[in-house]
Design a protein around this ligand. Sequence first.
Ligand SMILES: Nc1ncnc2c1ncn2[C@@H]1O[C@H](COP(=O)(O)OP(=O)(O)OP(=O)(O)O)[C@@H](O)[C@H]1O
Ligand SMILES: [Mg+2]
Length: 291
Amino acid sequence: MLEIKKVYKNYGKKRALTNVSYQFGTGVYGLLGPNGAGKSTLLQIITDNLKMDVGQVLYNGTDIHKNQKQYKSALGYVPQIQDMYENFTAFEFLEYMAALKGMPKAQVLPEIKRVLKIVGLTKNAMQKLGTFSGGMKQRALISQALLGSPQVLILDEPTAGLDPKERIKLRNHISRLAETTTVILATHVVSDVESIAKDILLLGDGRIRQHGSVEELCSGLAGKVFEGRISADDLARLEQTAVLSNIQELSGGRIEVRCIAEPEKMQALPFPFQTAAPNLQEVYLYTFAMH
Ligand SMILES: Nc1ncnc2c1ncn2[C@@H]1O[C@H](COP(=O)(O)OP(=O)(O)OP(=O)(O)O)[C@@H](O)[C@H]1O
Ligand SMILES: [Mg+2]
């Protein structure tokens, strides 16, 4: 459905993307990676808001530049930067965005009502965006991307600033959409995508470091995640050997620890550990904190 082929992008001498290729079908694709990894650059290229140096983006087999109008009307995009029209009301903002998308007039009003309801802003429709809280602005930004039920939905850190209730609501909505839509979602919050993503792409330093389903990625780390109960003194020693993924203080000065390490290094430690089932956060840490 959506394919990126050998995409390269430099900003001056700074390399932002190197040889990035991927095929996306319907479903949620989680894009994870540290600050500066190239996530936003890749999403700006996919949405045709930024020119790549080399490479191609294909939608249903056709280069997006050969079919720009059709592609734009199939696309919804939540950019990372809240570049808002502060003097517009939420309603005016959505009217404007619907016009930019070329939405037929008869659809505009029902669509605006529909998307405002999804993000819980129905009561705030006539309020100016400049008076919105950070999380409300973010929800307004998400609502414009949902106008017209796009086939391709690109979300760049959509949950930034959302409270837990809104975060879960959005996750559930995206999960429902994903049956018929290609959703690419960049985030730092592993739990935003862990339960709903078909595939995860781990982007580091402009390259895809790892990709696959959550299950595949986690099983690739089997045997390298450990848990145990140790003293505070042991903790300092453990930190030199392993990357800590979770610590919890127990009563009596003991600490429960989960960590990631090469097995032979753990065997050399004078305190007992058991292997544990890896989670996606640990895959992330292994990919970016250890290599
Ligand atoms: N307009 C620009 N001009 C020059 N360099 C840029 C520009 N935009 C991004 N970069 C650089 O390209 C690299 C990738 O940036 P990008 O914004 O794509 O990362 P990101 O993965 O989205 O990071 P974050 O998690 O912080 O949002 C970084 O090194 C960044 O400094
Ligand atoms: Mg970014």
